[in-house]
Write a protein that binds this ligand. Sequence first.
Ligand SMILES: Cc1cc2nc3c(=O)[nH]c(=O)nc-3n(C[C@H](O)[C@H](O)[C@H](O)COP(=O)(O)OP(=O)(O)OC[C@H]3O[C@@H](n4cnc5c(N)ncnc54)[C@H](O)[C@@H]3O)c2cc1C
Length: 320
Amino acid sequence: MKSIFLVFCGRSVIEYFSVIRRIRSTAGQNRKAEDMKIRDILGRGVPTISFEVFPPKTAENYESVKEAAVTIAGLNPAFMSVTYGAGGGTSRYTVDIAAALKEQGVTPLAHLTCVSSTREKVHQVLGELKEKGIENVLALRGDIPADGHVEHDYQYASQLIREIKEAGDFCVGAACYPEGHVESANKADDIRHLKEKVEAGCDFVTTQMFFDNNILYNFLYRVREQGISVPVVAGIMPVTSKSQIKRIGLMSGTELPVRFRALLDRFGDNPAAMKQAGIVYATEQIIDLIANGVNAIHVYTMNKPDVAAKIRADLSEIIP
Ligand SMILES: Cc1cc2nc3c(=O)[nH]c(=O)nc-3n(C[C@H](O)[C@H](O)[C@H](O)COP(=O)(O)OP(=O)(O)OC[C@H]3O[C@@H](n4cnc5c(N)ncnc54)[C@H](O)[C@@H]3O)c2cc1C
């Protein structure tokens, strides 16, 4: 744990420890038993920070991923999400890591995708979540695999949302795309489909990453205008390497503002500087969002406790 703070210069290591200790010792936004549903946590209308981790692809990496997740849980987030491997082959790890987070006293949000799953598999996972007392699910369609092979029980996330709601007392979230989903003809269509997810019962939505806050403000205006009133959680990705941004561009088509591209040009070939610049950029995005009334912040940590800790420490007064 110690080493994760040593990489940051500018503030002393001791100072970081004291900030993190204070964050851990605060009563915590997430520690009350009655607040296990994310809609209740978000409903308080105060700034919150939550973190995402992804499960391992193989058993041999399980312990190291769990350790990273548990370390991040020590930063007292409002909740933590655990992604779901496309195809569902690693669903066990999603459930187990979510359960490990719950044991740490952090409200878990388990992702679940459907397009590559049978109805039987989906209900098996829901059964496992219930058994472990995990009450929050982020319901997703999942990407269409490159070979085009899908199961045919589900076509869209809205169908999964309806089914999860019927299956038990789950708080259900869904994905949304401020720049429009890559398969969508236009943003208006995409927002109409988002509304279908809300009508199917989803309690909150989490955004795809974005690097220009004006894109989110415009999206918020448009979704509210369409009568979508559930909380919108802003997904922020701290970009810590040049290779990471190449993968993001290919996957999501997310726009990179000029200001962000300048960082890549200047620091892309200097890993330590790129990491520092990427973390500061993400932190500034979060501060601007909160200043403009967007209270719910979700950080895609990429399983990096040091990145999460740095952001958490630098927001210690803004998100106590
Ligand atoms: C916050 C977040 C978390 C994610 N977590 C994961 C994860 O853990 N695992 C994973 O594999 N992937 C994950 N993804 C990626 C996600 O699975 C993909 O983006 C996927 O392509 C779409 O999923 P969705 O749930 O948004 O789909 P949907 O909401 O079903 O939408 C998919 C497309 O279909 C369109 N559509 C929806 N309904 C209709 C309709 N009735 N008629 C016509 N078109 C329609 C939409 O406009 C959109 O273009 C995540 C994405 C986000 C933003």
